[in-house]
Design a protein around this ligand. Structure first.
Ligand code: ATP
Ligand code: MG
Length: 237
């Protein structure tokens, strides 16, 4: 049985400004956990705090029995946590394939990288077609697929994904969500931060709603009432 991610009582922020207040949530192994909430709620900050990119002012982060907080980010990567950050930080002047190979670095043996590359191309055939092309010449959708594929090159146990659909055309968002659903189906543990609430809830097992740096609602996705959610927290209906 794989291990889930547990966040307990986390406080974090930027210098003197605290953003996360006593955040607790779990992402069960093999499930897709969606984190939704309005702009500025602290979703990105939470992913950064989990990944060790921000010091915690309190609380713990664990993968199964293993404490992750206080470990440097590279150790978290080795432990099997991968963050696909907001904005698509690719090496534009490098080829698609070289961008992918960089993602394999936590377990950098060549044979392993070659196997992961084959798996990436099987999942993203378009990237195989474009493997010699510069990453900077990809379309927005292709670039997002490349970022996702690069994160998967390390063969993570837990994938943290921050707003992957940002700025993509609806048809590309469909494709992206299809890939996430497939990864979940294959047993990957996924934490997805998304603005597309409806789509996120549709593929999620568990949903956490954040507001002003706190988790204000945690539900099984099947029990989420979208209309009520929008009315209560987004003022959209
Ligand atoms: N580097 C930073 N320095 C200071 N404050 C920051 C920094 N990054 C974010 N913040 C603040 O922290 C709060 C939470 O921001 P965060 O980016 O985590 O929100 P979010 O839920 O990801 O929002 P969005 O949906 O817009 O991506 C905001 O008030 C933001 O202004
Ligand atoms: Mg964000």
């Amino acid at each position: 049985m794989a291990d889930g991610l547990t966040v307990t009582g986390v406080r974090a922020g930027y210098g003197a400004i605290n953003v996360l207040w006593d955040v607790s949530l779990t992402a069960k192994a093999g499930e897709l956990t969606a984190i939704i909430g309005p702009n500025g709620a602290g979703k990105t900050t939470l992913l950064r705090a989990i990944m060790g990119l921000l010091p915690l002012g309190g609380g713990t982060v664990s993968l199964g029995p293993q404490r992750l907080d206080r470990l440097p980010t590279w150790r978290l990567a080795q432990a099997g946590i991968a963050l696909i950050p907001e904005g698509r930080m690719l090496f534009d002047a490098m080829s698609v394939e070289d961008n992918l190979l960089i993602g394999a670095y936590p377990t950098a043996q060549r044979a392993h990288a070659v196997r992961r590359l084959a798996a990436a191309y099987a999942m993203f055939p378009k990237l195989r077609e474009r493997r010699r092309q510069l990453a900077g010449s990809l379309s927005g959708g292709e670039a997002q697929m490349l970022v996702l594929a690069r994160g998967l090159m390390a063969d993570p146990k837990v994938l943290l994904v921050d707003e992957p659909s940002l700025g993509l055309a609806p048809v590309v968002v469909d494709e992206l969500f299809g890939v996430l659903a497939r990864l979940r189906h294959e047993g990957l543990t996924i934490v997805l931060v998304e603005q597309h609430t409806e789509r996120a809830v549709a593929i999620a097992d568990q949903v956490h709603l954040m507001q002003s740096g706190k988790v204000v609602l945690s539900r099984r996705a099947a029990e989420v009432n979208l209309a009520q959610l929008h009315e209560q927290y987004f003022g959209l209906s």
